[in-house]
Ligand binder design. Structure first.
Ligand code: GAP
Length: 457
């Protein structure tokens, strides 16, 4: 009954999402049997499918749908001079403060001002240390000797792999400005505070695109890419009232940026950055020219061989952060009338069918009388075109709920009538409506439903 609901019923909280993610095999804590490794997470069977689909949708958007953008997969380990040139060795730091008493560690900007002024720990009241700068790059050594000559970094952003290859790509693929290079890959940051599940982690993935433009056209392209990135989330079916822009103030701008806007999402813990669009100017290519001694200028052969260092407009989204956003955005709890029990709730992940880890589940009403075999046969046929699941365990209502919770948009139920007239029931996750259709029409119907999908809630 409504009056018995607790205040969290029907709402997405980070606890519920974390627990569902573990229960259903989306995301597990890394090294859990050893007590867990903070800042690292493992993607289970449903999680890897979801992550892969988000990556595929982004990749298609950036490369297939743009003639002027090509892909790259650069190495995580780069020459250490890269990070001196990029400014990360010098500037990629967080201000760090420790509590001398309880040993809690904070980023300075996360401590209330009055505590900072009084040097008082916000957790135990103990004395705080002075602020010191802490570089977020992970260091390791290449080769057997652990000395400074062999120092190497795990990349903190994928962008630099693109910059150092931009001339290779111009030459190999005859790219002309303006053009872009897209990349998806791992990045590593020694984050001081890693909370809120997979929001901020030490190991994560980015989906970045660097767009090379003629100086003077950068403001126009910056605005164009802001528009395109906003439209992308709309196309993905994200709740648009949960997105907003945040422009970086002078004290927020990264060392390379002339202008920067974040797309923020309203996560259960509040508005947080999802993606950044940055005007990086000629900073990076200019610095690589200086540090490598190589000429990074573009030669415009269509314009009297005019030479210049291009400006770069960057769109930088977290892939793993997008996984969290999509989980939060899709999460819904809904009260459903179920066999006279009007106090029944279901948890449903309303993924867009293009993102759902399983597109269609095939469920025989009974295991016996040849229904299981028929259902398996139908699944076999659908496998070529869709990600499928098969479930014959338990009451049909329970099986629907399990699929709702995994975000499966379509279920096909095979019953006794199916044996007689080769029709099956197609059940829609969002509306829970069911229609009876001939088996022979399934593939075409599912394709059509995916194409015209509109979220109803
Ligand atoms: N190349 C520019 C760059 O890396 P950023 O704002 O530092 O810019 C871009 O990061 C995106 O990468 C962020 O919007 C966020 O989605 C993701 N990201 C950054 N740090 C992260 C972390 N520690 N864990 C998960 N995602 C992170």
């Amino acid at each position: 009954m409504a009056e018995q609901l607790n205040e969290y019923q029907g709402k997405a909280t980070m606890e519920k999402i974390t627990s569902l993610a573990k229960r259903r095999g989306f995301v597990f804590q890394s090294s859990e049997i050893y007590g867990g490794q903070s800042g690292a997470w493992d993607y289970g069977p449903l999680g890897i499918e979801l992550k892969n689909r988000i990556a595929q949708v982004w990749w298609k958007e950036m490369t297939q749908l743009h003639d002027d953008i090509v892909g790259l997969d650069a190495a995580i380990l780069m020459h250490p001079r890269t990070w001196e040139a990029s400014g990360h060795v010098e500037n990629f730091t967080d201000p760090l403060v420790d509590c001398k008493k309880c040993k809690a560690r904070f980023r300075e900007d996360q401590i209330p001002e009055e505590n900072l002024a009084a040097k008082k720990c916000p957790e135990c009241g103990g004395e705080l240390t002075d602020t010191r700068k802490f570089n977020l790059m992970f260091k390791t050594h290449i080769g057997p000797a652990e000395d400074s000559a062999n120092l190497i970094y795990l990349r903190p952003e994928t962008a630099q792999g693109i910059y150092v290859n931009y001339k290779n790509i111009i030459q190999s693929n005859r790219m002309k400005i303006p053009f872009g290079i897209a990349q998806i890959g791992k990045a590593f940051r020694n984050e001081i505070v890693t909370k809120n599940f997979i929001f901020r982690t030490c190991e994560f993935e980015q989906m970045e695109m660097q767009y090379f433009v003629k100086p003077g056209t950068d403001d126009e392209w910056f605005n164009e890419w802001r528009k395109r990135r906003w439209n992308y989330y709309e196309k993905m079916g994200v709740k648009m009232d949960h997105l907003r822009w945040h422009q970086h103030g002078p004290d927020e701008l990264a060392h390379y940026a002339k202008d920067a806007y974040d797309i923020q999402y309203l996560f259960p813990m509040g508005w947080r950055e999802l993606e950044g669009v940055h005007n990086r100017t000629d900073y990076d290519l200019g610095r690589h020219t200086q540090y490598s001694g190589k000429d990074m200028q573009y030669i415009d052969q269509d314009n009297s061989n005019e030479r210049y260092i291009p400006y770069i407009i960057e769109t930088s989204a977290g892939l793993t952060r997008n996984v969290l956003m999509i989980l939060c955005d899709a999460y819904d709890e809904e009260q459903v009338a179920d066999k006279g029990n009007d106090d029944d709730w279901r948890t449903v992940l309303r993924f867009h069918p293009n993102l759902a880890p399983v597109t269609v589940a095939v469920l025989p009403l009974m295991k016996k009388d040849g229904l299981a075999e028929l259902a398996q046969d139908i699944r076999q046929e659908l496998k070529e075109d869709f990600a499928t699941d098969y479930d014959q365990a338990g009451a049909i209502g329970r099986r629907y709920r399990r699929q709702d919770e995994a975000g499966t948009p379509f279920c096909i139920t095979v019953d006794y009538q199916s044996k007689d007239d080769t029709t099956v029931t197609l059940r829609f996750r969002d509306s829970m409506e069911q229609v009876r259709i001939p088996r022979a029409e399934l593939t075409a119907r599912l394709r059509q439903e995916i194409k015209v999908y509109k979220r109803i809630k």
